[in-house]
Design a protein around this ligand. Structure first.
Ligand code: PLP
Length: 448
């Protein structure tokens, strides 16, 4: 780096308005400057090695420093760096990637709509499902039901679909026609209830909301198979089959937001079907390019495609970068790596179960009241006194304290309230997981 750390921090502090950051919290110390990455590690400008337990933001699935992706981008930039796919044109990587993703999603799907992010893709979903019902002559079916504490992005539609109260409190009013039900958080809402029975009860909240709104007005339900940014909330196994049954009963569309869960993170290319749901639309982003370049989209099921493409006329919606050839070329190379290295099967059969074992052992730590994983995501609940289930005073912000210890001890974990969460790269080996857990223990001890 040609500037010193302090110089970069001074530029940053003077001019860069960061996403999701209270800038006052950086006063005096400045933002940490990340300069390079390799495998499951990144380094800062002081050359500290950091285990990236969050894969950046849940996206660097194949790890850092993959030359193949660099070369795929460079090759495509030389041939055709950009062209739009609006006005009766297309390009080879976009067409190939659409076919490949449809193949991974399964026989119920036929098309892909591309964007550059998860947020844009969920905006697309809102417009797509409303256009679907309008085309079928039911424009009054325009309400979309989502969940509290869900994260579906940061655009106005994404924030409205999401259930983050802090986001709703700023920049409103949000988009009309979006309703929320409680999330299926067993640990917090019903720890003494049988987990499977709770799954059925939590799914039942969807039916109650449909009846309250009026079934003839409900267009779709949207949910993350495992809630990520909300703190890695893993639903009981009964939850998604029951959600699907309710969607079928009222004929409403199901959107599964697999921006985090897709492309191997839970041990399947897409995880909804593995969990007992049959979505009509799947949101994806992040892992499709392992974050090397922005790309997102919606995998469109035949039920929706047959109506919107078959009868809906022009869908007045698109982004300049929809089907960006360089992003699509990188995605194709990224999928090649995931396939060749068998990462999806490895997460399901080997590293995911190993991470689960190691995580479960953390329950013995005096701070840890709950520990669960699914594939390559995991969450720990920190409590002041786990025997009596006494939480920390919120003013203590135990998560933030633990997060700061992680920072100081060469580990990235994320704090969501009193939950500490991880989503390491899918290329993690068992010995990488051992190293990760070793660092987690050091940070928990430091937090005590
Ligand atoms: N949906 C889910 C489930 C997410 O986790 C995210 C981002 O974390 C988004 C949508 C938004 O994606 P992006 O930040 O690419 O807009």
């Amino acid at each position: 780096m040609s500037l010193t750390t302090r110089e970069v921090q001074a530029l940053d502090s003077a001019h860069y308005m960061h996403p999701f950051t209270d800038h006052q919290s950086l006063a005096g110390k400045g933002a940490r400057v990340i300069t390079r990455g390799k495998g499951v590690y990144v380094w800062d400008s002081e050359d500290n090695e950091i285990f990236d337990g969050m894969s950046g933001l849940w996206c660097v699935n194949v790890g850092y420093g993959r030359q193949e992706l660099v070369e795929a981008a460079a090759r495509q930039m030389e041939v055709l760096p950009y062209y739009n796919s609006f006005f009766q044109t297309t390009n080879l990587p976009a067409a190939q990637l659409a076919e490949r993703i449809v193949g991974l999603a399964g026989a119920r799907f036929s098309h892909v709509f591309f964007s550059s992010s998860g947020s844009e893709s969920n905006d697309t979903n809102v417009r797509l499902v409303r256009h679907y019902w309008a085309t079928l002559g039911q424009p009054e079916r325009n309400v979309i039901i989502s969940r509290k504490n869900a994260y579906h992005g940061s655009t106005v539609c994404g924030a409205a679909l999401g259930g983050m109260s802090g986001m709703h409190a700023q920049g409103g009013p949000m988009v009309p026609g979006i309703e929320h039900i409680q999330q299926p958080y067993h640990f917090e809402l019903a720890p003494d209830m049988d987990r499977d029975a709770f799954g059925i009860e939590a799914a039942g909240w969807l039916e109650q909301k449909i009846l309250a709104v009026g079934p003839e007005k409900v267009a779709a339900f949207i949910g993350e198979p495992v809630q990520g940014a909300g703190g890695v909330i893993i639903p009981p196994k009964t939850y998604w089959p029951e959600i699907q049954r309710i969607c079928d009963k009222y004929g409403i569309l199901l959107i599964c937001d697999e921006v985090i869960c897709g492309f191997g993170r839970l041990g399947a290319w897409f995880s909804a079907e593995m969990m007992g749901a049959k979505p009509d639309l799947i949101t994806f982003a992040k892992g499709v390019t392992s974050g090397y370049i922005p790309l997102g989209g919606v995998v469109v099921g035949k039920r929706v495609a047959d109506v919107v493409i078959g009868q809906g006329g022009e869908f007045n919606h698109g982004y300049t970068y929809s089907g960006h050839p360089v992003a699509c070329a990188v995605a194709l190379a990224n999928l090649d790596i995931i396939e060749r290295e068998g990462l999806v099967d490895r997460v399901r059969e080997e590293t995911g179960p190993y991470l689960a074992e190691q995580f479960a052992a953390l329950s013995e730590h005096p701070l840890v009241a709950g520990a669960e994983t699914f594939g390559m995501v995991g969450g720990l609940v920190l409590m002041k006194d786990k025997a009596s289930r006494t939480p920390f005073d919120s003013s203590l912000e135990v998560g933030m304290i633990c997060r700061d210890h992680c920072f100081a001890n060469g580990l990235v974990m994320r704090a969501v309230g009193d939950r500490m969460i991880i989503a390491p790269p899918l290329v993690c080996t068992k010995s990488d997981i051992d190293e990760l857990i070793k660092r987690v223990r050091i940070c928990l001890d430091a937090t005590l």
